[in-house]
Every structure is written in structure tokens, then in C-alpha cells.
Design a protein around this ligand. Structure first.
Ligand SMILES: NC(=O)c1ccc[n+]([C@@H]2O[C@H](COP(=O)([O-])OP(=O)(O)OC[C@H]3O[C@@H](n4cnc5c(N)ncnc54)[C@H](OP(=O)(O)O)[C@@H]3O)[C@@H](O)[C@H]2O)c1
Length: 386
């Protein structure tokens, strides 16, 4: 008989475990974020842990190691089902059994078919009580890119734009630095620390010559995959995005329309060239590119524009989340690029909208964020598997 926990106490502890998990945001991919807390037989916290990096110990193991003998007869609270298979590290479920905890309270089952349900089965088969479904939806949201990968087989797409009040992301000559103030730009940089790859269109490379790296002060030395949609390989060989940066790599996604001589020059400049399918407009076809990036372990991509690229992802139903930084200025020029272009929906009620919308004031700017209204995100509850 383990100590009784009220529903409020379970939620409170699971909330703490989710906060522990979130400490490693951007560092664990392709693994999930996981946090764990061990209570001793008297209900006192005896250990805490979170998964810090792929290949390093899992959250449950760290929390149980900290608890030591105090874990015996206690409770393990964990944000995701303990794994039961040998990966880069040994399976957790047998370790949990060995540590002698009487009960496991897990938020949600792991969607990875190698684990799904098997971790719980192992625990139950060895006499450990299992309870699931505590803050399940929050636990799915905490690992939305991981869940999307296992449920839909593609990376999670976050779109980011910084726009004027009239929705423009640059002047007609392509000047976009800086539309928003420092606080908003800092927040934009923080996003880069949470993803595996950053993607832009070639016009943005030609106009802005961006580096697309995570700013120092974020996750130290975090390598990012930088991707440019560039059907005909118009990226200049001297573009800053090709410069090697702390393990980051650059992929230019092209089609067969790209001249072989450009391919050679850009390879020599340090880029990886991927020639893929063309879409009906002879641009890079997005779905096969995402599949390829996903097969390389990319789970979360930040799409940083420009407007045509945003429009393509929204049009194809591939945009999951939006971070829209709105600055208090007006460009007022119909030839200036907009934050999203190329959509052809005429009915107001059919336009892509957002849900779970939040607003935040950042200096003089406003950050509006939310999820694109599409069935896959409306059924996040159904992904909990409980
Ligand atoms: N304020 C901000 O947040 C922000 C952020 C980024 C950019 N910007 C500004 O935005 C401007 C550029 O925006 P933009 O809309 O003109 O261009 P863009 O979206 O940066 O690039 C569009 C180009 O990407 C290539 N592409 C390849 N496959 C594509 C696909 N499937 N869908 C869409 N594009 C594809 C196409 O060129 P090919 O046919 O040659 O492949 C296309 O013309 C610049 O002035 C930049 O300063 C502002």
C-alpha cells in the first residue's frame, strides 16, 4: 500500500515533472522531453530528474538514482511512459522495477511503437501499479513535435514572422532590419534554441543574407540544420548561411531545374544539395523534403519566411503553429512583401485561423501566437492514448 495522493497533489507533482522536462527544450531531439519525480514511502520528494540530451540517461533513471534506497515502496511520477527497449541507453522499465517503487504515475503513453504500452506492461507484469492520464494533454503539448512525428510521420512546423501593422515583412526594396524591437528579436532567437532546423526561401537569402544560427547565450553550441528552398540554386556562393558555424549544416533544397555548375560551386562552398521533386509551380515540393528531413532526425522546423514560403506551408496544410511579431509601424506599400502570400481562398469563413491564441507585449511590439486550426491539432486529446 503506497501513500495516498489527492488529485490536486498528483496534478501539482506532474506539473513539476513537466517543468523539469521543459528544462531541456531543444536539446533532446529526436528523443522526447521527459521529467520525473520520485516520492518515498512517506510521500516526500526523494529524487528528481530530466532527460538532458539524446544518448544520455533518461529522466526516470536520474530521479531513481538520486532517490537511492528511498525509492523502495515509493511512487515514480513521470511525464511519459518508461521505455522497455534497448536504445542508446538501457531500458528504463526494468530499472524502475529493480528500484522497488510500488507505483508509477505516468502522464501519457509513449507513441513510439517500440515503447507504446510495452513499458506499462512490463511494470504491471512485475507487480508495479500503473496509473496514467494525469495532465495527459499538457504532456502531449510538451512533446508536440515528437507526438506529431510518431502519429503523422513528419516534422512539426512553426512559422515565424515579424510584420508591420499592415502585415508587411520588409519594404519593397527588401529592407527588413529591423521591423521589431530588441525584446521581440530576442524572443525570436529563443525560438531557434527550441528547434532542430530553420528553413527560409531563397529570396530571403538574397535580400537579407542571414546567418540563421542560434544566438550565443542560448543553448551552447547547439547545431542547427539550415535549409533554403532554392529550386534553381540562386543562393550566392558567398552567402553567410554557407559559413560553417558550431556544427550547423546547410541544405539547399533544389529541383532538376538547377544548373549542375551551380551545384558544384555551392557544394564547394560548403552546402549540401538535395535535388527533390518539383511542385506544379516548379518549386521545391514540400512534403517529400519534410519526409527526408524527418528521416534524419529533424522533429521541429522553424520556418522564418518569407511570405511566399509561409504561404506554401499554409496552403499545403503543413503549418502547425504561428509566432507573429507585430510592430507598431506602417509600411503602406502594396509592392512590399507580406507575411503570407500566395493563398487563393476567397471565402472569409474558409481562411486559415488559429486556436489556443495568446498575446504578449514585448517592448513596443505584440507577439500573437497560436495553432493553425486543423483537425490534427484539434484532436491533441486523442493523442494521449489513455
Ligand atoms: N520580417 C520578417 O520576419 C522576414 C522574415 C523573412 C524574410 N523577410 C523578407 O521577406 C522578403 C522575401 O520574401 P518573399 O516572399 O519574397 O520570398 P521567400 O519566401 O523568402 O522566397 C520565395 C522563393 O523561395 C523559392 N521556393 C522554392 N520552393 C518553394 C515553395 N515550395 N514555396 C515557396 N517558395 C519556394 C522560390 O524561388 P525559386 O523558384 O527560385 O526556388 C520562391 O520565389 C525579403 O525582403 C526578406 O527581407 C522578412
Amino acid at each position: 500500500m503506497t501513500v495516498h495522493l489527492s488529485a490536486e497533489r498528483k496534478n501539482e507533482l506532474m506539473g513539476q515533472a513537466l517543468s523539469l522536462a521543459a528544462r531541456a527544450e531543444g536539446m533532446t531531439s529526436p528523443n522526447p522531453l521527459v521529467g520525473a519525480i520520485v516520492l518515498d514511502a512517506d510521500g516526500e520528494i526523494a529524487g528528481r530528474g530530466w532527460h538532458q540530451k539524446a544518448g544520455e540517461p533518461h529522466a526516470e533513471v536520474l530521479a531513481l538514482q538520486e532517490a537511492g534506497d528511498r525509492a523502495r515502496g515509493g511512487i515514480l511520477i513521470v511525464t511519459l511512459e518508461p521505455c522497455s527497449h534497448q536504445g542508446r541507453t538501457p531500458p528504463c522499465a526494468p530499472f524502475v522495477v529493480e528500484a522497488g517503487v510500488a507505483r508509477v504515475i505516468a502522464a501519457v503513453s509513449d507513441p513510439n511503437p517500440q515503447v507504446q504500452g510495452k513499458g506499462f506492461e512490463h511494470l504491471r507484469a512485475h507487480g508495479v501499479g500503473v496509473e496514467t492520464g494525469i495532465m495527459a494533454e499538457e504532456a502531449v503539448r510538451c512533446n508536440e513535435a515528437y507526438f506529431l512525428w510518431w502519429r503523422r510521420g513528419r516534422p512539426f512546423l512553426t512559422l515565424k514572422a515579424a510584420a508591420s501593422l499592415d502585415g508587411k515583412i520588409a519594404t519593397r526594396s527588401g529592407q527588413s532590419r529591423w521591423i521589431t524591437g530588441e525584446a521581440a528579436r530576442d524572443a525570436g532567437h529563443q525560438l531557434r534554441n527550441k528547434v532542430d532546423a530553420i528553413l527560409v526561401g531563397v529570396e530571403t537569402v538574397l535580400k537579407d543574407d542571414p546567418l540563421l544560427t542560434a544566438r550565443p547565450g542560448g543553448v551552447a553550441g547547439k547545431p542547427l540544420t539550415r535549409v533554403v528552398l532554392d529550386s534553381r540554386l540562386r543562393t550566392p556562393s558567398h552567402a553567410r548561411i554557407l559559413a560553417p558555424r558550431s556544427g550547423s549544416s546547410t541544405i539547399l533544397a533544389a529541383t532538376d531545374a538547377a544548373p549542375p555548375a551551380r551545384e558544384k560551386a555551392l557544394r564547394e562552398a560548403g552546402a549540401e544539395i538535395i535535388r527533390g521533386e518539383a511542385d506544379p509551380q516548379d518549386r521545391v515540393s514540400l512534403a517529400p523534403l519534410l519526409e527526408l528531413l524527418g528521416s534524419r532526425g529533424v522533429r521541429h522546423i522553424l520556418v522564418e519566411g518569407g511570405g511566399r514560403v509561409h504561404g506554401s506551408f499554409i496552403q499545403e496544410g503543413l503549418a502547425d503553429r504561428l509566432f507573429y511579431f507585430l510592430a507598431p509601424l506602417v509600411v503602406g506599400d502594396h509592392e512590399a512583401p507580406g507575411a503570407v502570400s500566395g493563398l487563393d481562398e476567397e471565402k472569409l469563413q474558409s481562411l486559415p485561423g488559429l486556436f489556443n491564441v495568446t498575446h504578449e507585449v514585448l517592448g513596443d511590439d505584440l507577439l500573437i501566437q497560436g495553432y493553425f486550426k486543423r483537425p490534427i491539432w484539434k484532436d491533441a486529446k486523442d493523442w494521449t492514448g489513455v
